[in-house]
Design a protein around this ligand. Structure first.
Ligand code: TMP
Length: 211
């Protein structure tokens, strides 16, 4: 049962620093959940609707290297408001399992831990946009930030975030680990430094508990 209503829908989010293999692993998880008979919605943040994807372009584009951190924060929540109201909430209400690549914990990690915006400021916007809605489960793909960033850079062209200094990503990772420790009931940590097959064994074990 989810935090939103008494439908059979569920809201699962996926977090981690760049290069943690989120995309590949989410696809693996989506297949497993579908195979167990649940209807899913696979989506991402920032993005997930036409308007939110347009906001994503503004956020990750290197055309705006000097974007003010408050502007960045508000754009993240603007994209989220649209995504949540138009796509995520209706899908949960229809009983779907919503699998979302990043959500508000990314804001606490990147804009909070990374940029230094106070947690209370982010919490205020969280309440405004989400009310009490939170993910039912959050998978954290955890790995050394330097290893992750090197993997991400190997993939090709970098975006505005991937150009940040390694210290930024170390703070992001540290914030994720604090949240995982504070909200143990919701978080499932996957050690993403291992090879893919070992990571998938870990994922299968964690999914058995949920499914
Ligand atoms: P992605 O490349 O992992 O899809 O995410 C794009 C970037 O957006 C990534 O560097 C993390 C960043 N981000 C934030 O800074 N705050 C947020 O709230 C979200 C959802 C993403």
């Amino acid at each position: 049962m989810n935090t939103l209503n008494d439908s059979n829908g569920l809201f699962i989010t996926f977090e981690g620093v760049e290069g943690a293999g989120k995309t590949t692993n989410i696809e693996y998880i989506a297949e497993k959940i579908k195979a167990s008979g649940h209807e899913i919605l696979l989506t991402r943040e920032p993005g997930g609707t036409e308007l939110s994807e347009a906001i994503r372009e503004l956020l990750i584009s290197k055309e705006y290297p000097e974007m003010h951190i408050t502007t960045e924060l508000l754009l993240m929540f603007a994209a989220r408001s649209e995504h949540l109201n138009k796509k995520i909430i209706p899908a949960i209400n229809e009983g779907k399992w919503v699998l979302c690549d990043r959500f508000t914990d990314a804001t606490f990690a990147y804009q909070g831990g990374g940029r230094g915006i106070p947690e209370t400021t982010i919490s205020t916007l969280e309440t405004l946009v989400q009310g009490t809605l939170k993910p039912d489960y959050t998978f954290l793909f955890d790995l050394n930030a330097e290893v992750g960033l090197a993997r991400a850079k190997n993939r090709g062209e970098t975006d505005r975030f991937e150009q940040q200094h390694i210290d930024f990503f170390n703070r992001v990772r540290a914030k994720y680990l604090v949240m995982a420790e504070t909200e143990k009931h919701r978080y499932r940590i996957v050690n993403a430094e291992h090879d893919l097959s070992t990571v998938q064994i870990q994922i299968s074990q964690l999914l058995t508990e949920i499914l």
